[in-house]
Design a protein around this ligand. Sequence first.
Ligand SMILES: Cc1cc2nc3c(=O)[nH]c(=O)nc-3n(C[C@H](O)[C@H](O)[C@H](O)COP(=O)(O)OP(=O)(O)OC[C@H]3O[C@@H](n4cnc5c(N)ncnc54)[C@H](O)[C@@H]3O)c2cc1C
Length: 325
Amino acid sequence: MVDVLALGETSGDGLDPITGELVAAARTLGGSVAVALLGDGLAAHGEQAAALGPDSVLLAESPALDGTSIDAYVTAFEQVCRSASPGAVLVGKTPLGQNVGPRTAFRLGAALAQDCTAVRRDGETGEVVASRPVYGGSATAEVAFTGDAPPFIVMRGRVCEPAEPSPSTDANIIRVDVEIAPSDIRARRVESVKQDIQGVRIEDASVIVAGGRGLGGPEPFERLREIADLLGGAVGASRAACDAGWIDHAAQIGLTGKAVAPDLYLTVGISGASQHMAGCSSAKNIVVINKDADANIFQEASYGVVGDWRKVLPAFIETVRELVT
Ligand SMILES: Cc1cc2nc3c(=O)[nH]c(=O)nc-3n(C[C@H](O)[C@H](O)[C@H](O)COP(=O)(O)OP(=O)(O)OC[C@H]3O[C@@H](n4cnc5c(N)ncnc54)[C@H](O)[C@@H]3O)c2cc1C
């Protein structure tokens, strides 16, 4: 039995950053921490996960865990959970975590909280409490769990400083036998189309430069790309800009887009509707360029410039260029 089980994720030959973040979040709950890795051929990944400092790494390997069927991952994770009997389960708000977490929780009859930004134990009861932004980040809900099954918590990315790998670790690497029958697999991905991404992925970016309807067209996004490239960041957008076809929907931040938590979120021509703020309220610093001093987004801003981006942006880009080159 482990106190907290985190669903780790792989990315090519390495681990997805969410793995270290979940280990760090699990540590805040105290007790023993295990990382589960699901896949095929995980020996090297297991060592990497062990270096993050959990008490154990649970490797569930099967040829069926080849990335083509979420059903296989749900079946495997259910078996890992039943074998480890965790007191709480953390998964990332990633394509894998968002699919596997809720479906596994359902199979175990467990309560689940989505889109959480922090977890803690109640000082008196010792029970797990999760925090999640609500009303577009204007308030925080504290979620407590009922029932005998372990609470499942879906954690946003980049809300915890990831656990740092260390060469000296005494984590046990344990193989968990999982059985995935052909009848467990009801849906399989038959094709995947890789989308070319310029620069860093928006989910991983520590700097995001986001544009909205106030940009007036697709061309100004090239200016935002300039700033993003200078700062090693990614370009995001409001839904209005995506709906207008100025930028791909993959860049959309918000309730129906991506939830991000960069160190710096620079917005240009975005009004700050609650549905947009739902996706960026965890940003550490929000910097705003908007010509309307009453725009809602200024309420969330650490720094802001009231002005037309056409006048503000050229000097801004030059200053950033001078500072970073
Ligand atoms: C169910 C639902 C889900 C939604 N999900 C999302 C979501 O995920 N993400 C999202 O973003 N929205 C979402 N929306 C839409 C949301 O309500 C807003 O309509 C949208 O965010 C507005 O985008 P915007 O800020 O770019 O545009 P606007 O609200 O039109 O704001 C444009 C801003 O640009 C400023 N501006 C104009 N010209 C200039 C200039 N020259 N220089 C500087 N500033 C200028 C204006 O002052 C204004 O503040 C959703 C809505 C619904 C109903």
